[in-house]
Design a protein around this ligand. Structure first.
Ligand SMILES: Cc1ncc(COP(=O)(O)O)c(C=O)c1O
Length: 397
């Protein structure tokens, strides 16, 4: 076999309807192609300040410590845990899917005594169950919860959960990787202590940055640690210095990703945060109606369904990989397969950020109708499209 590295890179245009990354608007890609500046150039400091100011608006917070971490979402999970948790601390992690499991793993690696509260996949974390669980535990430092579980398509009521967490005097660490920009996240009103996200989902930028925000109380906990944060790269004290204080070098910022995030956030401000959240809800209502018209079951509990991500049960007799491959190769549409417990059983359809458009719902449903009929799963042509069209047209009535 000959190597292909001397060939020009082929990057075919795909419609990204998986669990992330989502499609990126040309304006954002164009911003990324602007000349590289130095990370200590005052002109770049202005870009940084713009990004932080808009991130505060999206998180609905006045937290000074609101910055994008140079990493994907997992780096923000590490940042949250390594800075808040010290060896010997007791923490509780709510697990109702794959990313709760990951959060528990990261907390354990910080040397904490980690208690795990499991909820069956497909269901939200129950505040009363959390209250009962917390009562059984000794002094808790923090509780971790995933707002939008991308593996199951479930949204938990973070506002209620945080009330319970605060009754116990613990800090709330909230994963908003799939919710920020696609569902309401009100950091200050809901009293979140630490909240993080990632750029490649509802924020509309490529993968590569992970916004995080910490309340003053949470930053105080970081400042009063007995032990050094074990990660140099993710230690918030130095990051705070670079982003908000002396601008002292800590690591070389991913300059062009920062341009991308600035432009993606600017587009969100132009659209309006609430309008954007409503757009996610409207197209998700269309997708859900269309999928149900195809006779397929939704896996997330009714009333707790995510808008940016819908989990669909794969009909019996339908080969997961074959359909997803055909969607990708013949229709240029990417959807996601199941993760963990849902592997091979579910499709994960994302409508996030720039991908959350009516046209994508119709393109996907019409492709699915064709492919499912080809595979012997008979559906009436046009049925899912008209159900989706109706749900979208009547949304909010
Ligand atoms: C809820 C949630 N948390 C964390 C992550 C990890 O983010 P990343 O893959 O960007 O590292 C993801 C990624 O899909 C996610 O959906």
């Amino acid at each position: 076999m000959t190597s292909s590295y001397m060939n020009e890179m082929q990057t075919p245009q795909k419609v990204l309807l998986g669990p992330g990354p989502s499609s990126v608007h040309p304006r954002v890609l164009q911003a990324m192609s602007m000349p590289v500046m130095g990370h200590l150039d005052p002109a770049f400091f202005q870009v940084m300040d713009d990004v932080c100011e808009m991130l505060r608006l999206v998180f609905h917070t006045s937290n000074k410590m609101t910055v994008p971490i140079s990493s994907t979402g997992t780096g923000a999970m590490e940042t949250a845990c390594t800075n808040i948790i010290e060896p010997g601390d007791t923490v509780l992690i709510c697990r109702n899917g794959y990313f709760g499991i990951r959060l528990g793993d990261i907390a354990e690696r910080c040397g904490a005594t980690v208690h795990l509260m499991d909820t069956p996949w497909g269901h939200p974390v129950d505040p009363q169950m959390l209250r009962d669980e917390i009562k059984k535990l000794p002094a808790l430092k923090a509780v971790g919860v995933v707002h939008a579980e991308t593996s199951t398509g479930v949204l938990s009521s973070v506002k209620e959960l945080v009330e319970v967490i605060h009754e116990a005097g613990a800090l709330a660490i909230v994963d908003a990787v799939t919710s920020l920009g696609g569902h309401e996240v009100r950091m200050d009103d809901w009293g979140l202590d630490v909240c993080y996200s990632a750029t490649q989902k509802c924020l509309g930028a490529p993968p590569g940055l992970a916004p995080i925000s910490l309340s003053d109380a949470a930053m105080d906990v970081v400042a009063k640690r007995k032990s050094k944060v074990q990660s140099f790269y993710f230690n918030l004290k130095d990051l705070e210095s670079y982003w908000n204080q002396t601008r002292a070098y800590h690591h070389t910022s991913p300059i062009n990703m920062t341009y991308a995030l600035r432009e993606a956030l600017r587009m969100m401000m132009e659209e309006g945060i609430d309008k954007r959240i409503e757009r996610h809800a409207r197209v998700a209502a269309g997708l859900r109606a269309g999928v149900e018209a195809l006779g397929m079951d939704l896996l997330a509990e009714e009333g707790a369904r995510l808008n940016p991500l819908t989990t669909v049960s794969i009909p019996e007799g339908i080969e997961d990989g074959k359909v997803r491959r055909a969607l990708l190769n013949d229709y240029d549409i990417e959807i996601g397969g199941g993760l963990g417990e849902f592997a091979g059983k579910a499709w994960r359809i994302g409508l996030m950020g720039e991908s959350a458009r009516e046209r994508n719902v119709f393109a996907l449903l019409s492709a699915l109708e064709t492919l499912l009929n080809k595979e012997g799963y008979e559906v009436a042509y046009g049925a899912s499209l008209s159900a989706a069209q109706k749900a979208i047209a009547t949304y909010g009535e």
